[in-house]
Structure formats: C-alpha cells, structure tokens
Design a binder for this molecule. Structure first.
Ligand code: KIV
Length: 274
C-alpha cells in the first residue's frame, strides 16, 4: 500500500501522483487492480451517486458508509475521505468526531476545503495522528459564496492569496493540497511554493499529480463534459445500450436462453401439487 510519507518523497523526486474518486465496493475492487496511488472518497458522491445538486448534502454518515465500502473493495489502497460540509466548522470536538467516524470506516486520511479558519484544526488533527489533505481554488462546499463553479484565482491578488493559503495549510501540516480549477500558471506557482505535492483537477499539467471524478473519466453522464475531463471510456452510453437490449430480449422471450438456467426435465412429470 502507498503510505502518507510517500507523498513527500514523490514530490521530492518529481514523481507524478494519480488519484481517482471512488465511492463503492465494486468500483474499488476494480481500481485495486490499477496502479492508482490513492482513492478519494469525495463528497462529490452526494452529486454523482445520490443525485443532489451540490456537495452541501453530503453528511458524515454518508461519507462513512462510502468510505467503508471502498475500504472493503480496495483493502490495500490508500483511501482519503472528504470531511463533509460544515462537519469541521462547528468546533474542534465535533470535527474530531467526524474525523473519527471516517478513520474508523477505513480512511487513511481526510481532506478538507479552504485554509481560512482551518489551520488550527489541521494542526490538531495532524498532532493527533490524522493525515490531512487540503483543498483550495474552487472549493465546491463554498459554491454559494463563490457564486457558481467557476475558475478561481484569476487575478494577481487572488493568486497571491491562494499561494499564501497553500503555504498556511502546508505549515499546519497538510501532506498534500488539492487545487481545483485555477489557471495553470497559478497552479504551477503554488506547486513551486510548496514542499508537499499539489494534486490538480482542471489546473493543467504543472502540478504534482492529478485527480478526476471516476464517473467523469468513465462518461457515466454524457451530458457533463467539462474541458478538464478526459473521457477514457464511454460507460454511460454502453450501460444504456446493454440495459435496453436486455429489456428487448426479455420482452421478445430471447432471455433467458438454453444454458442460462437450470433444467431438470424429469421434474416436468412431478406435478405441481403437494
Ligand atoms: O469530492 C471530490 O470529488 C473532490 C475532487 C473534485 C477533488 O474533492
């Protein structure tokens, strides 16, 4: 299994890091066969698995359930779980309870969004034995404040602020920082300012690693095609096609066919009564 200290070593030797989101047992079992460095049980599961319009609907119970499923499917992978909206903003005690639930569900580390008001908690968690990954740039839990899902840090002041926030998270003890949807030049600047790795999504190539939402990489939703996603497979359309052909076969009596059920001809004589 990859270990948290590996992140520092990967950054030191400029070895690119791969991370994918994962929310369920069967996907985790398949991803366990790949060389992916870490699985992120992202709070995006509130959207892509549960159909909510944003990540604000994720709860600690939801995240714990998905984290446990991913851990069962990928016992040897490094699993990072998202702390959901507000679960780490109502005091250290409540945050620690949320972290405890995720770690006991099988997470090796947790991720939280933003630096402002979080550095004390990060330091406390790290001192308590909990590895913490930061998340800056487009922080979806703040979608209402940000006014939508749009590229962040597009001017010099905001770019400088992002660098300062990233440094603050590193100083507090974060082992890595996710950067979401910031201009490639800004992501490169942040990456150069840190000794811990940056994991980018929608941030270009000059970061220490990349993360994608697995549903996007597989095109589970053909209507959602942001520029920064590469569709490695077209599973959504394949699934629709397979399910449609199944329905047609059932209606036409083509499924099940010989060989797809158990047949005991002698039982035809046995009658149906007691
Ligand atoms: O929840 C999530 O999927 C994430 C990634 C976009 C980094 O935080």
């Amino acid at each position: 299994m990859q270990k948290i200290p590996d992140f520092q070593a990967w950054k030191a030797r400029a070895q690119r890091i791969s991370m994918l989101t994962c929310y369920d047992f069967s996907t985790a079992r398949l991803l366990a066969r790949t060389s992916v460095d870490a699985l992120l049980v992202g709070d995006s599961c509130a959207m892509v698995v549960h159909g909510h319009p944003d990540t604000l609907h994720a709860t600690v119970d939801m995240m714990a359930l998905h984290t446990a499923a991913v851990r069962r499917g990928a016992p040897d992978k490094l699993v990072i779980a998202d702390l959901p909206f507000l679960s780490y903003r109502a005091g250290i005690d409540r945050a620690v309870d949320a972290v405890d639930a995720l770690m006991k569900s099988g997470a090796n580390a947790v991720k939280l969004e933003g630096a402002d008001g979080n550095t004390e908690l990060v330091a406390h968690l790290v001192a308590s034995g909990v590895p913490v990954m930061g998340h800056l740039g487009l922080t979806p839990q703040s979608v209402q404040v940000l006014g939508g899902y749009r590229t962040q840090a597009r001017d010099a002041t905001r770019a400088a602020r992002l660098v300062a926030d990233a440094r603050a998270l590193e100083a507090a003890g974060c082992f890595a920082v996710v950067l979401e949807c910031v201009p490639a030049e800004v992501a490169e600047r942040v990456t150069g300012a840190l000794s811990v790795p940056t994991i980018g999504i929608g941030c270009g190539p000059e970061v220490s690693g990349q993360v994608l939402v697995i549903n996007d990489l597989l095109t589970m939703d053909p209507d959602f095609r942001p520029r920064f996603v590469r569709a490695y497979a077209g599973l959504g359309p394949l699934l629709v096609d397979a399910a449609q052909r199944y329905c047609e076969d059932v209606v036409a009596g083509r499924f099940p066919a010989i060989g797809e059920f158990v047949s005991e001809p002698a039982l035809a004589e046995a009658g149906t009564g007691p």
